[in-house]
Every structure is written in C-alpha cells, then in structure tokens.
Design a protein around this ligand. Structure first.
Ligand code: ARG
Length: 460
C-alpha cells in the first residue's frame, strides 16, 4: 500500500522515478492562490447545500488561509510524493485541521479542480496583460502626438516610398495593439466559465449548486457539459494564439527599432538604460531590448504549437496529457508580460532625430507620386504622368538631385505643363499635409487619431 491520497487500491508504492516523472508540483505550485481560492468557494458551496456543516466550512477556510500565508512566506514544504499542487495543499489542510480536511474533496475531482485553477489563473494574468497593453498604447499615443509633424520616409519593400509623419507610423503600431487587446478580451470570455462541479467527468451525485460557486468565483456561468469541462483547453490555445499575434506585432516594431537605431538609419535614439554594450567593441550600444523581444516570439509561437499538438486527438475526457499544458502556458504568460513591460517602459523614452528623418525623406524621390498627382490635376492621364515622373526620376538619379532640388527649367524638360506651383507639392510638408482624410498621414489626422485613441483607452 502507498501513502498516496489515492493509494487504497494499490499494493506497492509508486516507483521512485515514476513518482518524479508524473509529478507536476515543481511547476504547478504557481497555481496555489487559485487552488486555495477555488477550494474555499467549493467549501462554501458544500456548506450552503448542507454537505458540510458551517463549522467544517469555517475550519477549512481558516486552514486554507493559513496555508496560503505559509506558502507566500516560503515556509511551505512541497512534496514530490504528493504529486501536484492540489494534493500538497489538501494533505497540508488535513495535517492542520484533521478529518475535516478530508471532506473538502467531496463532490470534486482534481480534473475539474485543475481546470478551475488554470482558468482563474489565466483570467488574472489576462487582466494584467490587458492593463500592460493599455500602458504601452498610452505611451504610443503620447509619442505620436509629440511626433505628429515629424516627417520621415515611409517605406514599401524597405525602399523609400512616400513621406509620412512619424506620428502616423506610431499610430499604425497602436492599431495593431488595439486588435491584440480585443483578442485578449475575447479570449477572456471563454476563459471565464466554471468547470467545477464536472467532477472527474460525469458530474456528481451531491446536490451541488454550481451557479453559486460560479458567482463566488466571479465566473460568468458554469460550463454546460461535464465531459467538455474537464477536457477543454481551447482557452489556453486561444491565449497562446493571441499572444503569438501580439508577439508577432512586437517583432515588427522591434525590427524597425533595430533598423532605426543603426548608424545607417540613425532615426532614433534609445536611452542608454535600454541598451547594452559589447565586451570587445568599445563603441557599441546595442538595442538589446527590441532584439530580445524579436527573439522571444519564437518560444511563444512554439508554445502555441505545443498546446495544439498536446490537445490533438485526445479522446474525451481528462487525460494526463493535460498536465503538460502548464509549462507552455506559464512561459507564455511570463514572456508576454516581460515583453510588454519592456516596451511600455521604453517607448515613451524613445527620442526621434527629426532632422535625420527629414533628410532621409528628402532622398529617394519620396514625392514622386505627388508630382504625378500634380500632373493629373492639370489634365494629364495618370499613366502618362507616371511615365513623365519616371523620366524625371531617372534624370535625378543621373544628376544626384531630388525632384524638389531641380529647377523649373529642368522639370519642364519632361512636361511643359509643370509650373512654379509644383514646388508646393514637391515639399515634404505639402506632401504629408495633402493626405488629409481619415486614416491619412497628415499631421492633423494624426492628432485626431490620437484623440480618438485616448477616448478609446479611457473607455476600457
Ligand atoms: N496535475 C494534474 C494536471 O495538471 C491534475 C489533475 C490530475 N488528475 C488525474 N486524474 N490524474 O492536470
């Protein structure tokens, strides 16, 4: 016989390696707060329906509260033999309050218990992540407002395309993050249902009140089907999918920050506190934070694939496979929170080198489209205008002059329709100001988008 809580039917102790191999307490002890929170709600519900007496309920609540304090103080002894966080805490409760401790597990299984714990945990962490996305977005709004008039080259194919305002570029990042935020909000709805009461898989014979437990734990409702309740990990996969998209967006921001801090671009400066040096090259200041965020996307994508693979082909209902959901989830949570925190701290400290950005926009014929549009306004068909401007650009390449640096005579070689007013459209400020519609790059539109963004954040 073993000394396990489930040891009754066993005739020999678990193999020592198997005990270690099947244990999860090394990592699932992270769930201790949620485990205790869930157990307290369960005990209250059992007392409400008369399965436990009020005295038993109060003993259980007192015992569990003491255990929580012991764990928080680092005084709790976790035991591998007791397998997981659930049985460690239950055994400690029984040591503390005696036989009543053994009644806590009435009408419950570790299968619905662990599903409840993870959902509570994911809900808490999702709320923290939502706050951190908002903090990052709020930093972006402030920066975008400051840089609403700053002109930089906009790129396609990483080649200079058209002038844009830096504020507009930052607001593009803001939009990506708004969608990420929405995805986590949506995922939270499916996290926030209560599996407790499903017991092992089929429900329980006790007169439980699942709506009451749901209310105590602030879940929106109990789950509809007990088999599904103990075996569903969709919410964890969704969470990793939302996290992967968020990280993917952050790698795009990272990549641009890495490019822009290079001496070749030199568009921005990251304050020293967000960078590190080289042990051999004294001149180096490396953009480690964006690089690391870019790199950390890999593990989060990996966790998404892990969880999809973990759940693939699992027959109903609970299988031990599910114990493997925790480490990928925990690492996803840690990684996402770390990346968001680093970015939310760093973004407001970013310094734009406006003169360098403007200078870069002056190179690369970024107002070529404006010249074509100018010709169209004067009656030239767009394809002909495209050709005329193409020839002007070729001339500019030969003579190393941007369109705005050519004289009127030089420009008129390509079309006599061009007049002195052309220089208004060839200026960078004229170019961005002209794109003055919703979603456009004009400084006024950026300022408007920032206002809208602020209102949206306030409404969260
Ligand atoms: N440690 C397990 C897990 O993480 C708890 C549930 C175990 N249930 C069982 N019947 N073995 O999933």
């Amino acid at each position: 016989k073993t000394n396990q809580q489930w040891g009754g039917r066993f005739s020999e102790p678990t193999d020592a390696f198997v005990a270690r191999f099947t244990a999860s307490v090394m990592f699932d002890q992270r769930l201790f707060r949620q485990d205790i929170q869930g157990s307290i709600a369960h005990a209250r519900m059992l007392a409400k329906v008369g399965v436990l007496s009020d005295v038993e309920r109060d003993d259980i609540i007192r015992g569990l509260s003491e255990i929580r304090v012991e764990i928080e103080r680092g005084e709790f002894e976790w035991s591998i033999e007791l397998e997981d966080v659930h049985m460690n805490i239950e055994a400690a409760l029984t040591r503390k309050i005696g036989i009543t401790g053994k009644k806590l597990h009435t009408g419950r299984s570790r299968n619905d218990q662990v599903a409840t714990d993870i959902r509570l945990y994911m809900r808490d962490e999702t709320d923290l992540i939502l706050d951190e996305i908002s903090r990052l977005q709020s930093g972006l709004l402030d920066l975008a407002e400051r840089e609403a008039d700053t002109i930089m080259p906009g790129f396609t194919h990483l080649q200079t395309a058209q002038p844009v305002t830096f504020g507009h570029h930052l607001m593009a990042w803001f939009e990506m993050l708004s969608r990420d935020y929405e995805r986590f909000v949506d995922c939270r709805k499916r996290i926030n249902v209560l599996p407790l009461g499903a017991a092992a898989l089929a429900g329980t014979t006790y007169p439980i009140d699942r709506f009451y437990t749901a209310e105590l734990l602030q879940f929106s409702a109990p789950t509809n089907n007990s088999l599904d309740a103990v075996s569903d990990r969709d919410f964890a996969i969704e969470f990793c999918a939302a996290s992967s998209l968020l990280l993917m967006h952050m790698t795009r921001m990272s990549e641009e920050l890495v490019l822009w801090t290079s001496s070749q671009f030199n568009f921005i400066n990251l304050p020293d506190r967000f960078c590190t040096g080289s042990s051999i090259m004294p001149q180096k200041k490396n953009p480690d934070v964006p690089e690391l965020v870019r790199g950390k996307s890999g593990r989060v994508y990996g966790h998404l694939v892990s969880l999809l693979t973990l759940m693939k082909s699992q027959p109903l209902a609970y299988n031990k496979d599910n114990q493997e959901d925790k480490e990928p989830l925990f690492d996803t949570v840690d990684t996402v929170k770390g990346c968001l925190r680093a970015f939310a701290d760093m973004i407001p400290a970013l310094e734009a080198r406006k003169d360098v950005m403007r200078e870069a926009a002056l190179r690369g014929f970024s107002t070529a489209t404006d010249l074509a549009d100018y010709l169209v306004r004067k009656g030239v068909a767009f394809r002909d205008a495209h050709e005329i401007v193409g020839l002007s650009v070729a001339y500019g390449v030969r003579t190393q002059k941007d369109l705005g640096e050519m004289s009127l005579d030089e420009l008129q070689q390509f079309s006599t329709i061009i007049e002195a007013d052309v220089f208004d459209v060839l200026s960078l400020d004229g170019s961005v100001a002209a794109r003055n519609h919703i979603g456009g790059t004009a400084p006024d539109q950026v300022r408007w988008a920032v206002q809208q963004g602020r209102q949206m954040l306030q409404a969260r």
